[in-house]
Ligand binder design. Structure first.
Ligand code: COA
Length: 330
């Protein structure tokens, strides 16, 4: 039995916010944003559009590639920190909108590492239960809804978007055909306040004070995160390569979470992977958290840059703190 990726999809809302636009909103410059982060623009969802709406578009693209219908999907996993509502799960809203009426639905909260966490869980479910054949794994965010547009240290970084992956359990294939070669996930709750949303949960329910104090927006300690991000991703990547015996020169593409060009560069350098094998699209989307790796994967797939048998190394880092790496054989 083997688990295979049979479809990918992605979606970014039409509206684009450029660095020049941000120059008019906060005290910043295209030069500062570009040199410090590599971001030139980000996509922003319209008012009234929810994370599940972005997710649905990506899911439809992925189902089309996989040539499956919504009723064939056995479970939907949505990785997000910007769910439509505190509950029910955003996966349930996606299910309703695409009419995947036979699916079990749940969300995964692991911030920017969300898609990796979600893929690991989905693969484990498919391996464990013969009753599950098709999984719809989504990473989707409307980060613009929790960005403080008065805070220049964070508002320049984030964007909205969604991505989806369809996994299939194929009982006719040998185990050696499995797409997941090795994975390594990690978390360190002691650093939870380096990147978080203070209010709106049970620890600090919404009140007039929390709104006045702007506690419903992303708070971030950038510099400390930067170092931990590099160490976390490099460590996880090294573990997957060591476990599998796959060397850095065997990896066709590294697909890092798109948070900061300098973080991506530092990770590639420490893994001794040349930049032409590191996939980057941060300039177009900014940091789309759980959506970012799947958007990269979909762009790689649709541009014909991946062929069967290629080793693809995904790696991510995010709030939690959480991190991970996943070595795929395409
Ligand atoms: C956020 C980040 C780009 C900031 O870059 P940095 O080089 O660390 O910059 P600093 O925070 O030291 O700020 C340097 C100066 O730029 C200023 N600055 C911050 N944001 C700015 C902006 N958008 N425009 C202009 N100046 C800005 C700061 O106020 C500071 O000014 P000061 O020296 O007068 O105090 C960087 O720390 C980073 O990317 N960290 C990781 C964040 C991340 O990836 N989070 C998501 C994880 S999934």
């Amino acid at each position: 039995m083997a688990i295979r990726i049979i479809g990918t999809g992605s979606y970014a809302p039409e509206k684009i916010l450029t660095n020049a636009d941000l120059e008019k909103m906060v005290e910043t410059s295209d030069e500062w944003i570009t040199t410090r982060t590599g971001i030139k623009q980000r996509h922003i969802a319209a008012d009234g559009v929810a994370t599940s709406d972005l997710a649905v578009q990506a899911a439809r693209n992925a189902m089309e590639m996989a040539k499956i219908t919504p009723d064939q999907i056995n479970f939907i996993s949505v990785a997000t920190v910007t769910g439509d509502k505190a509950f029910p799960s955003t996966a349930c809203f996606v299910q309703k909108k695409i009419e995947a009426n036979n699916a079990v639905c749940y969300d995964v909260v692991a911030a920017c590492s969300g898609l990796l966490y979600s893929l690991e869980i989905a693969v484990a479910m498919l391996r464990s239960y013969k009753k599950y054949k098709y999984a719809l794994v989504i990473g989707a965010e409307k980060l613009s809804s929790i960005v403080d547009w008065q805070d220049r240290s964070t508002c320049v970084l984030f964007g909205d978007g969604a991505s989806a992956v369809i996994l299939e359990r194929d009982d006719s294939l040998p185990d050696s055909e499995d797409c997941l070669v090795a994975s390594e996930l990690g978390a360190a709750g002691i650093y939870s306040e380096l990147l978080y949303l203070p209010a709106g949960g049970s620890a600090m329910p919404a009140s007039h004070e929390t709104v006045e104090q702007r506690q419903h927006y992303i708070k971030m300690t950038g510099q400390e995160l930067f170092k931990l991000a590099v160490n976390g991703m490099v460590g996880a990547c090294r573990t997957t390569m060591k476990e599998s015996g796959v060397k850095s020169e065997d990896v066709t593409w590294v697909v890092p979470h798109q948070a900061n060009m300098r973080i991506i560069g530092a990770v590639a350098q420490r893994l001794t992977i040349p930049e032409e094998r590191v996939f980057v699209n941060i300039d177009k989307y900014g940091n789309t958290s759980a959506a970012s790796i799947g958007i990269c994967l979909d762009e790689l797939c649709r541009s014909g840059k991946i062929k069967r048998g290629d080793y693809i190394l995904l790696t991510a880092f995010g709030g939690g703190l959480t991190w991970g790496a996943m070595l795929l054989r395409w």
